[in-house]
Design a binder for this molecule. Sequence first.
Ligand code: NAD
Length: 477
Amino acid sequence: MQLNYIGNESVASASGRTLPVIDPSDGQTFDELQRSNAADIDAAVQAAHHCFETGWRKVSAAERGRLLYKLSQKIAAHTDELALIEQRDCGKPVKQARADALALVRYFEFYAGACDKLHGETIPYQDGYSVLTWREPHGVTGHIIPWNYPMQIFGRSVGGALAAGNVCVVKPSEDACLSLIRVAQLAAEVGFPPGAINIVTGYGHEVGDALARHEGIDHISFTGSPSVGTIIQQVAAERHCPVTLELGGKSPQILFADADLDAAIPVLIKAIVQNAGQTCSAGSRVLIQQGIYEPLLERLGHAFEALRVGPAAMDLDVGPLIRQTQQQRVWDFLSDAHVAGIPMVGQGTVVDEAPESGFYQAPTLLRDVPVGHRLAQEEVFGPVLAAMSFCDEDEAVALANATRFGLVAGIWTENGARQLRMAKRVKSGQVFINNYGAGGGVELPFGGVKSSGYGREKGFEALYGFTTLKTVAIRHG
Ligand code: NAD
């Protein structure tokens, strides 16, 4: 039985109700979570507030840095354990689960080093004044986290918030809580005071909503779907609470005829099948210049056919989707594609060892997807890649920008001037040239434009969002 973690103690929810924890690899329940409500959020906010007021706000930046560093090392020592938890809870293949745990280590390492580098400024002003700015923490920050990369998103969001001097109340997804409860326990073991990191589990519309509405939450970092992002924004607006929104994407990979296809193909595949396509920044559209459309599709089709899907423990190319409703969602997209006559180029294989009760979907490559079709417009959040062709730069830009999203774009060309022209014209929070994701570096600011959200997490930039700026003007004559 998993309990909430509030004030460095494992506690049952006030309601006494629980939720099942299901292994996506076989669809079976193997544990239970607390189904918390507003009373539990209130307890967590009080613990956090008490921590902030009675000690945390006076802890020096250097000392915070030491604590974050200790946590990074503690997590590093527990990488295997955390990866195993994530593998079962989220259906992540072993390599991906380990990569997530190592990214969490790296986030805390990075933000440990950043704590005492966050400075204000002095501003030249009228004679007789000295003016300075202070970067102050918001106080209690709320973190609503999705199920696709719990450890990574906790690392970038909670890591940044703590580094900036905040204390945190975290609401993980009801589908992926286990690793974060364990990380909070590890944080207590290395000396984080009671209330600095609190984890409250349950449904979004119950406990997530309660967090977003709570008067004691001074900033909300939300990562999730655009539809819930809208609700969070509306709820937060009622009390003018600042929000960072990290939402979805329909990110294009744009290949010009001079692209290095040998380098591009494995990257294109990884960008759509990593985490079974359940990645906000998945490269889910591939835009290909006409001259190389047919040969590239042929090569991509063969690559898709070679992909194998199976239980997380088998550590194949692709694991299961998170839950049955997600599997149904992907099926609905594929059925719509079939009805619309969109041709399939290639599909991977679900291995015989995969239990029928697991949530599997073979990676699928579709071609000639019309720009107005929902496959070219909406997040599938599964391993489905939509290909379409373009003739020149203008058409490539028009297609790339033809969705409501703007999270990530990949541009593949050897022409340096075109690389920069395209990078400037594509509406996107991140642009990668002749690569995609740059290895996910924790140092690189991340976030979207349009319906992909606003505000930035990751990198040093995130610290500005987790602080508020105070201007102090001293008149001394
Ligand atoms: P989701 O929006 O359904 O849920 C995200 C979180 O919000 C969960 O913890 C959920 O319980 C909570 N929630 C749901 N309803 C709520 C409500 N009414 N009030 C408060 N909280 C509520 O998203 P998901 O299905 O967990 O994750 C997939 C989505 O997340 C995709 O759209 C994906 O692109 C996006 N995502 C974005 C990023 C990014 O950095 N931009 C990263 C990962 C995932």
